[in-house]
Each structure stands twice: as structure tokens, then as C-alpha cells.
Design a protein around this ligand. Structure first.
Ligand code: BGC
Length: 345
């Protein structure tokens, strides 16, 4: 394994680097300390030919212009919090309203647009960030550590680690858009999600609080099937969300700190597969109905809806306002420690 870095540009006079972790086979990943963003994942297809399977840009300007959270680490809170507020310890915290009346993906100072400190270790690239008390409206001085590793069995692991000096809510994810063929859209990819329930949303993509059974609905991916098989059905949830933008709970084994199976993606032409495992309690499947890039992506063309699919392992959206959802509360002096693994085949 070889880890190297090259200069990617400057943001507010801070140095931004592009890191590469590569193996003798030619498989590699790239990440940058701008937003702790996953920039590329070059993986073999069924014939051994290498191709990049995540969307992104080949220069920093692309990322600076991006409004799609392309490959970024999202925080402090991935996805939305209703009315941009939540109550904790008898205090109401007011957050940035960057999505109508709601907050999305950490607000205006989200982690996706921050320059992290970086370190190369023996087998990983580590990004560090100090998020000050009150940033985006969230309490606590929070120390964040995001670690990317890539083993020669084609396993990308992201470890999310944090501490706080005041009780707070924390929910971090990676927002990579996958396209296992490396071009075109993802509608003919096949998807499997083990969950038999999903969270219903309202027209503003906020969970109503109801977990609904997927059996017999277009949301049932318990058997692997094509993403587009039922995506155009006359279903209110699909229409509001321009396709899939829904959270599926994951059964977490009690007392296990091992990542659990969350999703499988397969693309028949390339033969590539991705299996997602996580310690987090849900996966949000986003078929990218709102994707729209301001600048051309790596392929030279502007990205359009459904050019990629996000599999975002996270706490449930709006969980600070739903006491029956798994809690994303991080108490003072507790440690937030979660991992998500992307195994490519
Ligand atoms: C959300 C979508 C949103 C997209 C870009 C996804 O994680 O689920 O609703 O449009 O991010 O913000």
C-alpha cells in the first residue's frame, strides 16, 4: 500500500491536499481535507479493468461550487431537523434554516465546507476538526476525527470519532454518490436493503415519525432488484422525493460494535458490487433526484438527477425531535465512535 499527497489548492489561505491510498493492483481511493471528502474510488470490474465508481470533480473549484455534498463528510447533523430546532436538557437550540424552515446537513457551516487538519498514519488518512460551541446553533466544543483506510481486499473504512464538552446531538455520515459502472445513470443498478420498514416523510422530506412496512410497496428492496423497477409509480412518497430519499432502519446486534449489513448495490454490465456495513442505526437511500452540478464533474459533463446513488449510514433524520428514534445524543465526556465500511467486489 502506498499513501501520498499532492497540493489541491487554498481555501481561506488554508492548504487543501489531495491524498491517495493505492495498492499494487491499481485499485485506489482519493480523499481531501476540504470537507474530509471522498474524491475517487478506482475499482476493478469483472474483467479486472479499473474505473472510478464515485462522482466528484477533478479540481478544488468543482468542490467549492458544489451544493450536492459530493463525497463529503456531513455534520454536525446529517439530513434534516424540523423547524431547525431541538430541545435538550430543557433548553431549545435554534439552528440554521438552510432548507426552508428546516436545517439540512449541519447548516451554513457544515463540515462539508470546512478545511480539516490532516495526518497520514501507517495505513490511513486522518482528518481533524474542532467545531466550536454554537457552530450552526449546536451546543458544545466538539473535537472530530475522521479516519479513512483502504485495504487490499478493496474495503474502504471510514471511522467517525468525536468528543464534546457539553451535551449535544451528533450525526455524521459520508455523502458519496456511487455509480458502479462509472458512467451513465444508476437506474439499472440493483439494490438490496435488508430492512422491512422505512421512515415515512412529509413533502419537505422530514420524517412524520412513522415507521411503515415496505412489503408490497415500491420501497421493498429486501430482494435485490433494479432501482428503476418501481421508481416511477404514482406514489406520493416517490413523487415528493423525486425517487428514493428514504431512511431504512438497520437491525443492530445488541452489544456488538461490529458494522452490520446495511445495503448491497450491484451493476450488471461492469459486474461491480458494493456491500455497505455500519455501526449506525439506519441507511438513507438517495437516488439523487435533485442532483445538479454547477460545474462539470470528472467525466467532463454536469451531473444530473440519478447519475449516482447515495447510501448514507446515519442516525435517523430529525431524531432529536423523536424520542422513540435511536438517540444521537452525545453526552459531555462520552465518545462518539462509529464506523462504516464499503466493501467492493
Ligand atoms: C438528502 C436529500 C438532499 C440531498 C442534498 C440527501 O442526503 O436526503 O434530501 O436533497 O442530500 O442535500
Amino acid at each position: 500500500m502506498n499513501i501520498s499527497k499532492q497540493f489541491f489548492g487554498l481555501v481561506d489561505e488554508k492548504e487543501v491536499w489531495l491524498f491517495s491510498i493505492s495498492h499494487d493492483s491499481g485499485a485506489s481511493i482519493q480523499i481531501t481535507n476540504y470537507g474530509a471528502t471522498w474524491v475517487s474510488a478506482v475499482m476493478p470490474d469483472k474483467n479486472g479493468d479499473l474505473g472510478d465508481v464515485i462522482l466528484g470533480y477533478d479540481n478544488l473549484n468543482g468542490y467549492l461550487s458544489d451544493t450536492n455534498y459530493m463525497g463529503s463528510i456531513v455534520g454536525r447533523f446529517a439530513n434534516r431537523i424540523k423547524n431547525a430546532s431541538f430541545n435538550l436538557n430543557n433548553h431549545t437550540y435554534f439552528l440554521d434554516k438552510n432548507d426552508g424552515e428546516n436545517t439540512n446537513h449541519g447548516g451554513y457551516s457544515g463540515f462539508h465546507s470546512q478545511v480539516f487538519e490532516s495526518e497520514i498514519t501507517e495505513n490511513a488518512v486522518v482528518f481533524l476538526l474542532k467545531s466550536p460551541d454554537g457552530e450552526g446553533g449546536y451546543p458544545g466544543n466538539v473535537d472530530i476525527r475522521i479516519c479513512y483506510s483502504f485495504s487490499d481486499d478493496l474495503k474502504v473504512r471510514i471511522n467517525f470519532w468525536a468528543t464534546t464538552d457539553k451535551d449535544t446531538c451528533l450525526n455524521m455520515t459520508n455523502h458519496a454518490y456511487f455509480n458502479l459502472r462509472g458512467s451513465g445513470n444508476i437506474l439499472k443498478h440493483q439494490l438490496q436493503i435488508p430492512s422491512t420498514e422505512m421512515l415515512e416523510t412529509n413533502e419537505n422530506y422530514i420524517p412524520t415519525g412513522k415507521l411503515v412496512p415496505v412489503t408490497g410497496t415500491p420501497f421493498d428492496f429486501t430482494r435485490m432488484r433494479r432501482v428503476d423497477e418501481r421508481i416511477n409509480e404514482n406514489n406520493q412518497q416517490l413523487i415528493w422525493n423525486r425517487g428514493y430519499n428514504h431512511c431504512y432502519p438497520i437491525s443492530i446486534m445488541p452489544d456488538s460494535d461490529q458494522p452490520q449489513p446495511a445495503a448491497r448495490l450491484f451493476e450488471p454490465v461492469s459486474g461491480r458490487q458494493l456491500h455497505l456495513f455500519t455501526t449506525l442505526p439506519s441507511v438513507l437511500v438517495y437516488s439523487a433526484g435533485f442532483l445538479d452540478s454547477k460545474l462539470p464533474g470528472k467525466s467532463g459533463i454536469n451531473y444530473q438527477p440519478a447519475d449516482g446513488i447515495c447510501l448514507e449510514a446515519q442516525f435517523y433524520p430529525d431524531s432529536p425531535n423523536h424520542p422513540h428514534f435511536p438517540s444521537c445524543l452525545l453526552r459531555k465526556d462520552e465518545i462518539y465512535n462509529h464506523s462504516t465500511e464499503y466493501r467492493f467486489f
